[in-house]
Unconditional design. Structure first.
Length: 150
């Protein structure tokens, strides 16, 4: 069980695609879309990232900053950002510490095979870093994610 609505997000979120530490304080006074996704350059994850890219201006007008999180490396994130022209940071949660804090890393199953992986989950944070809404894996619409948030 990870963080819930009403909880504060951790002060340090992790390291982005350029190796820069990303802190919650960097977004003081702004709302944050913190979305966890399984893997760079896969079908659903690309659709979700592109929806957020295409809706980025509207999200910013609504006061949001966007941050993506996966267990992929910074180098993988750099390629994904370049290929899809993403205007937001991606956190390389290679040690899964942020994912575990939010409860988005755990046992999954596909075709009867059990494995550890990332649950596609989006957390909306208010201007103080408090979680105000959580979109769970079955609720996330990858193709229309930006509109779903707004």
């Amino acid at each position: 069980m990870g963080l819930q609505v009403g909880d504060k997000a951790p002060a340090i979120l992790g390291v982005n695609q350029d190796g820069k530490e990303i802190k919650l304080a960097d977004f003081a006074g702004k709302k944050v879309v913190l979305y966890f996704y399984p893997k760079d350059s896969t079908l659903g994850c690309t659709a979700q990232a592109c929806s957020l890219r295409d809706g980025y201006d509207d999200l910013r007008k609504a006061g949001y900053e966007v941050l993506g999180v996966s267990a992929d490396s910074a180098a993988s994130h750099q390629k994904f950002i370049a290929k899809q022209n993403l205007p937001f940071n991606l956190i390389a949660d290679t040690d899964k510490s942020l994912s575990e804090a939010f409860g988005t890393w755990g046992e999954k199953s596909m075709y009867g095979r059990q494995y550890m992986g990332m649950f596609r989950t989006t957390f909306l944070l208010d201007e103080t870093g408090t979680i105000t809404r959580i979109l769970l894996p079955k609720e996330v619409n990858t193709k229309n994610h930006a509109a779903q948030i707004l």
